[in-house]
Design a protein around this ligand. Structure first.
Ligand SMILES: *[C@@H]1O[C@H](CO)[C@@H](O)[C@H](O)[C@H]1NC(C)=O
Ligand SMILES: *[C@@H]1O[C@H](CO)[C@@H](O)[C@H](O)[C@H]1NC(C)=O
Ligand SMILES: *[C@@H]1O[C@H](CO)[C@@H](O)[C@H](O)[C@H]1NC(C)=O
Ligand SMILES: *[C@@H]1O[C@H](CO)[C@@H](O)[C@H](O)[C@H]1NC(C)=O
Length: 569
């Protein structure tokens, strides 16, 4: 529409013909001069104050130097994530945000998978891949309790006390170790917290249902139990972590029921492995021959299949209040040998240390560093305090740095299942061959990215909502008091929110280097996300005496057991 200039000048300001024509500016100007002088002064002052507030807020965001905070390391992280609740800056707010994440995950589970093993968080369906005992629910109970989500805790308990753990899905054989660390432990701690006797009865039902695993010629347990038939599934071998990560749970069951048989059966495994011949002091190949109790095959690792065996030496020492010297000795032998033979430093980034694997003879080294191995810094820090080993704390800090870098250097800020470090400037391990992790390949000159990262990403770039890195951050914070670990944990939490959150809960992510979010969600949420990842994040932002490391020892699934002498004193 256009109007002749002459015509325009003849029309009054509010003539309908001019609607939509006048600029906003002249309109405001007219309004402005219609205000009296006092109103104009007041409005100007208000506008100036708002402007100053915005500018100073932006300056705080940009400069906010946590290196000015007392006791902090000099490393600073600029906020990296664009969404998520960045405004939460105090511990209290961050704790609240983690609690909301737990409520969200629980609510999805409650709505679409209640009583089943797992929620499928993209399709809102469920699975019973652990035999139908409702493992997510059991694993989540003590996290709900710790976060003071009492309504949700009671929903869970009401269901749990009616599950018949002497039965499993038809034809299913129950994995011994997994259900001890998740279900037995989850019920034991839910009982210790609430003192609801029904939970102890259920814990004992789980312990009894799985106890036939120990009925072997040597006493080394079978890896699976046919719960319905009441006996184990015969097998010639079992891996180290499966046989050696049930001791804390069965010991606690003996303590709470007064029946020593559980602890005795589990302790026998420790004694057999303690006496067994090893390729190197304190280092155990992962495969145990069940008939003979010998360990002759499989690699040596602090990652999957080996990991929690080493962890439980230290934790049994703590749990029993140093009742015998055996666990301390075994732990120290293992850690000393690990430091000697399995810890290396990146040739490209001298700040990055990592723990690799050894072959069964402890001679060949593989520079593969797994997400699962990121529990090691937390273990070392705990051991350094309890056993007065200050050097271990230094190594713990260095390894925690590497674990954080595995997150910080990806496009999503999530960490991959494992990375492969280069072993030397011109030799490296690039084997993507499952059969031989020790095949060393000669490489051309490293590219710039490889030099920057110090490692390669391997064939599995998924992030399965795993807890080990945030577990170590929580322990490192509590032991050193260095607030940088909270900042790193918060950054990881924001990236969890950004990439893995679904409408119903949280989902595993298939490639941490890809930002094509919708095609990366794996429609899976393991129970350890609720049992461990969210619990450790919550405790990271809680006061250090809340579920204190002096009073509790966390099982390998993050279930906090009361330390024995504490309970009796
Ligand atoms: C962000 O966190 C703060 C403090 O916990 C909370 O008050 C606020 O509502 C949150 N905002 C969003 C968008 O979640
Ligand atoms: C142990 O296994 C044997 C068979 O190998 C069986 O005869 C026996 O009843 C089992 N004992 C228990 C206590 O389950
Ligand atoms: C994390 O990554 C950012 C770049 O994405 C970098 O600026 C920062 O220094 C890294 N943090 C640490 C602790 O290395
Ligand atoms: C899953 O559940 C959430 C929350 O109830 C809902 O918003 C979403 O649309 C559901 N997704 C599907 C695929 O049904």
């Amino acid at each position: 529409m256009s109007l002749e200039p002459t015509l325009r000048s003849e029309l009054s300001d509010d003539h309908p013909l001019l609607n939509g024509q006048r600029t906003l500016r002249s309109h405001l100007k007219a309004k402005w001069y219609r205000l009296d002088r006092l109103s104009r002064v007041v409005f100007t002052l208000f506008a100036l104050t708002m402007g100053a507030a915005i500018v100073s807020r932006v300056l705080i965001e940009v400069l906010d130097p946590f290196d000015l905070w007392p006791g902090n390391s000099r490393i600073t992280i600029p906020p990296k994530v664009d969404d998520g609740n960045k405004t939460a800056r105090t511990d209290k707010e961050r704790r609240e945000a983690v609690r909301s994440a737990m409520q969200h995950a629980w609510e999805g589970y409650r709505q679409y998978a209640f009583g089943h093993d797992e929620l499928r968080p993209v399709t809102n369906s469920s699975n019973d891949k652990w035999g139908g005992w409702g493992v997510t629910l059991i694993d989540a109970l003590d996290t709900l309790y710790i976060m003071e989500l009492h309504k949700e805790f009671n929903q869970g308990v009401t269901h749990a006390v009616n599950v018949d753990f002497s039965k499993a899905s038809k034809g299913y054989t129950t994995p011994f170790f997994e259900m001890i660390i998740r279900s037995l432990a989850g019920l034991l701690t839910a009982y210790e917290m609430s003192l609801d006797r029904r939970l102890l009865e259920k814990a004992q039902q789980v312990g009894d249902a799985l106890f036939p695993a120990f009925n072997t010629s040597s006493g080394i347990p079978y890896p699976r139990v046919d719960v319905n038939a009441g006996h184990a599934v015969p097998s010639s071998r079992v891996c180290l972590a499966e046989a050696g990560t049930v001791q804390l749970e069965y010991w606690k069951l003996s303590e709470l029921t007064g029946n020593p048989k559980y602890h005795q059966a589990a302790q026998r495994v420790v004694d057999i492995l303690d006496a067994a011949k090893k390729p190197y002091k304190g280092l155990y190949p992962i495969w145990i021959d069940i008939d003979s109790g010998e360990m002759n095959s499989g690699h040596i690792t602090f990652g999957g299949q080996g990991d929690s065996w080493y962890e439980y030496m230290l934790k049994q020492h703590i749990y029993s209040g140093g009742a015998t010297d055996q666990y301390r000795r075994m732990y120290e032998e293992s850690i000393d040998s690990m430091k000697q033979k399995m810890v290396k430093r990146s040739v490209f980034d001298p700040k990055m240390y990592y723990v690799g694997d050894l072959d069964s003879s402890a001679t060949r080294f593989s520079p593969k560093f797994q997400h699962l191995t990121c529990f090691v810094p937390g273990m070392l820090a705990l051991g350094s305090k309890v056993l007065d080993r200050p050097d271990d704390l230094e190594l713990a800090k260095q390894l925690t740095y590497t674990c954080f870098q595995m997150y910080n250097q990806t496009a999503t800020g999530l960490g991959p299942e494992y990375v492969l470090f280069r072993d030397s400037k011109d030799m490296g391990l690039l084997s993507t061959n499952h059969d031989d992790d020790f095949a060393v390949v000669s490489l051309d000159k490293a590219s710039d990215t490889e030099q920057a990262d110090g490692y390669y990403l391997g064939y599995d770039k998924s992030y399965l909502l795993r807890p080990e890195t945030v577990e170590s951050l929580m322990i490192l914070y509590r032991i050193t008091g260095d607030k940088i670990y909270k900042e790193w944990g918060w950054q990881i939490f924001l990236d969890l929110e950004k990439w893995t959150k679904t409408d119903a809960a949280y989902s595993a992510y298939s490639d941490v280097t890809s930002t094509k979010r919708s095609s990366m969600l794996m429609d899976s949420m393991e129970s350890f996300f609720l049992a461990e990842t969210l619990k450790y994040l919550y405790l990271l932002f809680s006061p250090a005496d809340y579920y204190s490391l002096d009073e509790y020892v966390f099982n390998t699934e993050a279930h906090p057991f009361k330390i024995m002498h504490r309970r009796n004193s």
